[in-house]
Design a protein around this ligand. Structure first.
Ligand SMILES: *Cc1c(COP(=O)(O)O)cnc(C)c1O
Length: 385
């Protein structure tokens, strides 16, 4: 795309180094731990587990790999169904297809934009009466905001269906004081370059079940049976995190709280400057929850929202500012066109509405106040026309 400006690019969310990453990387080089195992991997796993308050974790090559391992551990197989939030990044659901299982997509509710307890319950009632309960429910916490976990957990308990919490976008968030990602049988985090902290690429599987975690380590290292001649009875993967990248993660984790404060401050500035604009509302922070505000997202609640969003995206591009629409719901993706979808209510799908009216603003913790003012001025200009 052509830019009509020479101004420097403002990114949606770019890596923000702490400055001490190199210390951990050097240590790995000096000790020759250049492998997908080593002291940084062990320490990073312990540090994440203790930060979020779980018994253990397994460092892997991506958040997607962590979801795939969780599905394998829950024995998801061909022909099984797995329920998943519809409003999310495709990586939440792709591992369901890796296992040749069938996704069923659940709508959002308006208070957190995350999985609707109403739609989930309806889907489970149908599944129970068809004698085909899902093997798992993948609950996603979008943009740094926890889903309505009390309601969702109690519905899943009622039907005895395990939960995988996709907390790729919500590391550091809390629900009633408890860390996002820790409510299910498994939780996953991502350290991709755009997330709140990064290892350039990486992920973490967390759980309170030590046996499941050792099984995850086994599966993530090619499922080698205990024999010197490389014997295999099960299908495994090559999913472990590099000891060099785990070093970056350890350094990044030291500044996670600072990054959360910075993202929340960016949100507060946007809110102060833009909340009065006609039809604008921000992703709410549910009572008793703490959002990291990973990305500041807003909706334009007017008749011609789609046109307004397009005008904003065009204006941003010409000002060399990166912004994005809210995730396109997975039930609308060509890849999943045959999948079933349960809507929050009969009249309207909340996830479709959020997709049509929502936009994510640049929210990187390394964005300067001057850059944020450039974004704000661009929005105000569009709204004044
Ligand atoms: C980033 C992301 C993932 C995947 O994480 P990777 O580390 O990129 O594989 C999964 N789910 C959601 C909601 C994400 O935003």
């Amino acid at each position: 795309m052509q830019h009509t400006t020479t101004k420097s690019r403002i990114f949606l969310s770019s890596p923000h180094l702490s400055g001490t990453e190199i210390k951990y990387i050097n240590e790995a080089f000096e000790t020759n731990w250049i492998a997908p195992l080593g002291p940084n991997v062990d320490a990073f796993e312990k540090e994440i587990a203790s930060y979020v308050g779980v018994k253990g974790s397994v460092a892997v090559s991506s958040g997607t790999a962590a979801i795939h391992l969780a599905l394998s551990l829950l024995n998801v197989q061909k022909g099984d169904t797995v329920f998943c939030s519809s409003l999310t990044f495709v990586a939440s659901a792709n591992p369901i297809l890796y296992q040749c299982a069938e996704p069923v997509f659940i709508d959002s509710e308006p208070d957190t934009w995350n999985m609707s307890p109403l739609a989930l319950e309806e889907a489970l009632i149908d599944a129970a009466s068809a004698l085909k309960l899902p093997k798992a429910v993948i609950i996603v916490n979008l943009y740094g905001q926890s889903a309505k976990m009390d309601e969702l957990v109690s519905i899943c308990k009622k039907y005895d269906v395990p939960i995988i919490e996709d907390a790729a976008e919500s590391l550091g968030a809390k629900y009633k004081g408890k860390a996002s990602g820790t409510f299910g049988d498994f939780g996953i985090y991502s350290f991709n370059g755009n997330k709140i902290i990064t290892t350039s690429g990486g992920g973490m599987l967390i759980s309170n079940n030590p046996d499941a975690l050792s099984k995850a380590r086994f599966l993530a290292t090619q499922a080698k049976d205990p024999a010197p001649h490389y014997q295999h009875s099960e299908l495994g993967y090559n999913y472990r995190m590099s000891n060099i990248l785990a070093g970056i993660g350890r350094s990044q984790l030291e500044v996670l709280d600072e990054r959360i404060n910075q993202r929340r401050t960016i949100f507060e500035i946007y809110q102060k400057e833009l909340a009065h604009l006609p039809f604008v509302s921000f992703l709410p922070e549910l009572n008793n929850t703490f959002s990291t505000r990973w990305l500041t997202t807003l909706t334009i609640n007017s008749e011609d929202a789609e046109r307004e969003i397009n005008r904003l995206l065009t204006a941003f591009e010409s000002e060399n500012i990166e912004a994005r629409p809210v995730w396109k719901p997975l039930h609308l993706q060509p890849l999943f066109e045959k999948s079933t979808f349960y809507s929050h209510n009969k009249q309207k799908s909340i996830s479709e509405y959020l997709f049509q009216t929502g936009i994510c603003l640049p929210s990187g913790s390394n964005m300067t106040i001057e850059e944020q003012i450039r974004v704000i001025e661009c929005i105000k200009k569009i709204f004044s026309k």
